[in-house]
Design a protein around this ligand. Structure first.
Ligand SMILES: Cc1cc2nc3c(=O)[nH]c(=O)nc-3n(C[C@H](O)[C@H](O)[C@H](O)COP(=O)(O)OP(=O)(O)OC[C@H]3O[C@@H](n4cnc5c(N)ncnc54)[C@H](O)[C@@H]3O)c2cc1C
Length: 439
């Protein structure tokens, strides 16, 4: 890691943000010999929510070359998911869909730092504690001003580049400048409250619970349970367990932060099954975090010299663990578009348009899966989503269909699959109904 190295005045591609989207696009471009500079306003490892990864993510890790690093880290391999939704218990196991590599529960600070280091090892110049402030996109060489927070004094500087890739996550650096960030329809507007526990028991695919110490021996599932106002996740990792709840934003608005933490803890203690998993667990004081209004999209994503990817473009909902996958997918198509544009700048507008369509397709796909219905003004083109569904692999579609059947939000998703003329077989046969969990 370069701590006090001089930040170049020029580069081909400037990436803002070193989360999974920024690190992956930087690694892919640097691997192909592109001169990439990446700025992150904080120092990694930094805390991040979003610890459940679904098995399709490996194909992107293979592509960037990060797979051996992820495998060697020894993250928790998970077997599948169990949901208790409106009292009905369902289970899916990834192996039954033909996935040969496991899904993971990852500590995101570790995972994200590992990806960032990988980008650097591929030749990207990474500068942490350097915040991008504003971009001037008008000239043929866009200019980005930044604040350098590495020393005791704040420094200021400017980089000229051919392309800016905004991977700044929910702070959505360029969307803020464009004023293009939109919250989704208020009925679908959620807020998340989460924290971490030590020594929580976890659920395995057999529907039994195991002590925290067994997490390396017995594969956990991601455990999800609904409650009257929303739903809760339980994600067992190596040393701690992430437990978070999702509720409609209006429900939480009347409470202050202390009130929300109290509501969070009381809700966990009352939730069926979860109360038993947490019975002897220790809540880590100070770990309480929240993210209001996390569902949004930007109306402007790509242009002749800029790309907005990952959470800086949109984020839907954590229910099907699509966030990191979306970041990886966006990074892959953007790396391709930027490489082609560098080779032939006369086609850069066309590449940007194609890339924007792809990013919107994935957003629409995730949105229909997670939130059930489209609001007319929520930035989704149903035809783009149908086209995307025709392109993805059968096994991925099957898994998503099966997963969607486990909650009550799946009607729209199933209709889209039918409208797209797809016959995914009967993935529901791989959704197992369970009478009871033996916790
Ligand atoms: C409650 C909740 C639960 C979630 N659960 C899951 C899950 O289980 N599985 C899953 O796959 N996804 C989950 N997600 C989503 C997932 O965490 C994100 O989609 C993912 O982190 C997006 O990666 P990213 O690289 O786009 O952004 P980020 O990971 O947010 O990274 C952005 C980076 O940009 C940097 N940055 C910001 N502004 C600037 C600036 N001006 N200059 C320089 N640097 C800047 C930040 O410091 C940060 O490091 C969840 C999200 C929420 C809200």
């Amino acid at each position: 890691m370069i701590f006090n190295a001089e930040i170049p005045k020029r580069c081909d591609v400037l990436v803002v943000g070193g989360g999974p989207a920024g690190s992956s696009v930087a690694a892919l471009l640097a691997k192909q010999g592109v001169d990439v500079v990446l700025l992150d306003k904080v120092s990694h490892p930094r805390p991040q929510v979003g610890e459940s990864l679904i098995p399709h993510f490996w194909k992107y890790a293979d592509h960037t070359g990060a797979t051996p690093l992820i495998e060697n880290e020894g993250f928790v391999a998970k077997a599948g998911g169990i949901t208790v939704w409106n009292g009905k218990i369902h289970r899916i196991a990834f192996a039954e869909f033909g996935f040969t590599r496991p899904a993971l529960h990852v500590e995101r600070d570790v995972f994200d730092e590992l990806l960032l280091k990988h980008a650097e090892s591929q030749g990207a110049q990474v500068f942490q504690q350097v915040a991008a402030n504003a971009a001037d996109l008008r000239p043929s060489f866009p200019k980005v001003s930044y604040t350098d927070r590495r020393g005791s004094d704040l420094g200021a500087g400017r980089i000229d580049c051919r392309y800016i890739i905004d991977a700044s996550g929910p702070s959505a650096f360029l969307a803020g400048q464009f004023k293009s960030k939109r919250l989704v329809d208020s009925r679908m507007r959620f807020l998340s409250l989460w924290g971490y526990f030590k020594n929580s028991r976890f659920v395995a695919a057999d529907g039994r619970s195991y002590p925290a110490a067994d997490v390396g021996k017995t594969r956990p599932v991601t455990f999800v349970t609904s409650f009257e106002d929303g739903w809760i996740w339980h994600i067992a990792m190596r040393k701690v367990t992430s437990v978070g709840l999702v509720i409609n934003t209006d429900r939480a608005r009347a409470m202050d932060k202390a009130g929300r933490e109290q509501f969070y803890l009381e809700t966990l203690r009352r939730a069926p099954y979860l109360d038993r998993l947490l019975e002897s667990a220790e809540y880590l004081e100070g770990s309480f975090s929240e993210r209001p209004d996390y569902s949004y999209y930007s109306t402007t994503l790509c242009g002749e010299n800029f790309y907005c990817i990952g959470d800086s473009a949109s984020f839907v909902d954590p229910i099907y663990s699509h966030g990191v996958l979306n970041a990886f997918y966006n990074a892959n198509i953007t790396a391709l578009a930027v490489c082609e544009s560098l080779k032939d700048p006369t086609r850069r507008v066309r590449h940007a348009q194609l890339c924007e369509n792809r990013i919107r397709q994935f957003y629409g796909f995730s949105r229909s899966l997670a939130l059930g219905e489209f609001g007319g003004s929520d930035g989704v083109d149903a035809e783009l989503v149908r086209r995307f569904m025709r392109q993805i692999s059968h096994v991925e579609l099957e898994l998503m269909l099966a997963a969607s059947s486990m909650s009550d939000r799946s009607e729209n998703f199933h209709r889209l699959v039918a409208d797209a003329g797809l016959d995914p077989g009967s993935p529901q046969t791989r959704v197992h109904f369970m009478e009871e969990l033996l916790l």
